[in-house]
Design a protein around this ligand. Structure first.
Ligand code: SF4
Length: 420
């Protein structure tokens, strides 16, 4: 076990460490994480996904993180510490953590992790940071253009898989067949990304077509089911450990689910730079750089939407520029802490496209998302009286039974409406 180090003197992940260290990635999305690992492997990083979802990890996190801190931080730090306590070669591992940037508390997750590492005797372990709002400010990670293309390809594949998985998993005739396709494509694409064969425009279009056709050919039988959209703080929205396996639970209760993709959140982070420039006088270079990335992402998003429209019977998702307009009349684009206006816009959009039952997953005490989630519900219900929106709080002391009972009530109401 490494020597404790003074917190300000934290170790930096160097280029040489790519050859010697294994980067531990805290998995929180089934459809995407293998693909991100493939993109990192392509750049010479050795990776290991931490996919343990045991709720005991939360207790591990609570030993080092105050329970007032955001629940996602408790979960992720618990996951890392659990992995490090079982690690045999502590001199050759590193951790990676994303940061949203901006004023939200997620910006402080890295110092929080470093403090927890130091307290647990792992202060010598380097932490790579991945800054979502400003890629240039990531630490220990050099994001050049080719790496960016690999990462965007990974998100394109991940979002497509997640979307088609949700479109089919509730209607499959052979149980597990939709899950099986996600696993198959994750394995294949991780390898292709590792070898640099999945990121060219040609490869992306070819793979998107094959993925879409694969899901389109699944044996499914449509029955009328309540359609439920899941929105909320990004970690508890996606991570099974953060939301007590919400997706599985909803599907087991006979619902069709829709979870907005990662592209929406990424584009939201970059789109906010325009607002910052206009009202807070931030550097024009940052605005121009963010606009360029936004334009680039919208191309990948376009290929994904086009493939779903062209090669499948499924309705495709809306592009980000349409989602952005959905905030109008509900919340201003200046509300941009946490998931900010995106959360309100996603709810409005989901209701309009038929997912009028919505679960808004919130870490307990998460101020920005309570404002942009719970805070706009009255307005949404005025606009859409049929909307059935249930906010659910997630944190270390929340009772799973209580959460599931509230969701069952929401589903009972949804089923009643279908029968009417
Ligand atoms: S969005 Fe909420 S839970 Fe996430 S970091 Fe910000 S305050 Fe914490």
């Amino acid at each position: 076990m490494g020597k404790k180090k003074f917190l300000l003197d934290y170790p930096i992940f160097t280029d040489e460490m790519r050859k010697t260290h294994t980067v531990l990635i805290p998995s929180f999305m089934d459809s995407h994480m293998e693909l991100f690992a493939g993109a990192f492997e392509r750049k010479g990083y050795k990776t290991r996904l931490l996919d343990n979802c045991d709720t005991l990890l939360v207790r591990e996190g609570l030993k080092y993180v105050h329970n007032d801190t955001c629940y996602p931080a408790t979960c992720v730090i618990g996951k890392f510490l659990d992995a490090l306590k079982k690690e045999e070669d502590l001199e050759h591992v590193a951790l990676i953590l994303t940061q949203t940037g901006g004023g939200c508390r997620a910006t402080n997750y890295v110092p929080l992790l470093r403090k927890a590492l130091a307290s647990a005797g792992f202060g010598h372990i380097p932490v790579i940071t991945f800054n979502l709002g400003d890629l240039k400010r990531s630490e220990g990670l050099k994001i050049n253009l080719s790496f960016l293309f690999d990462l965007l390809a990974a998100v394109t594949y991940g979002d497509t898989l997640m979307y088609l998985h949700n479109k089919t998993r509730s209607y499959e005739k052979v149980k597990g067949s939709s899950d099986g396709l996600v696993k198959k494509w994750n394995k294949k694409l991780r390898e292709e990304l590792r070898l640099g064969k999945a990121s060219s425009i040609r490869a992306i279009k070819k793979n998107l077509r094959a993925i879409t056709e694969d899901f389109n050919n699944l044996d499914i039988e449509y029955t009328v089911k309540p359609k439920v959209g899941i929105v909320g703080e990004i970690y508890v929205k996606y991570a099974a450990i953060g939301n007590n396996n919400l997706e599985e639970f909803l599907v087991s209760q006979g619902a069709e689910i829709l979870v907005p993709g990662v592209f929406g959140f990424l584009m939201y982070c970059f789109a906010n730079a325009e607002y910052d420039y206009r009202y807070y006088r931030t550097r024009i270079s940052h605005k121009l750089y963010s606009s360029a990335i936004l334009w680039l992402i919208s191309r990948y998003e376009g290929w994904m939407i086009k493939a779903i429209k062209k090669y499948s019977k499924f309705e495709a998702m809306q592009p980000f520029k349409a989602t952005r307009k959905e905030a109008k009349g509900i919340i201003k684009h200046g509300a941009k802490m946490g998931e900010g206006w995106l959360l309100s816009a996603e709810m409005n959009e989901l209701i309009k496209i038929g997912y009028s039952n919505i679960i808004c997953a919130q870490p307990f005490g998460c101020l920005p998302n309570h404002i942009c989630g719970k805070g706009v519900m009255n307005r949404l219900k005025k606009l859409h009286p049929h909307a059935n929106i249930t906010p659910i709080d997630y944190d270390s002391s929340a009772s799973k039974v209580n959460q599931e009972n509230r969701i069952k009530l929401m589903l009972a109401l949804a089923k009643e409406k279908i029968e009417e």
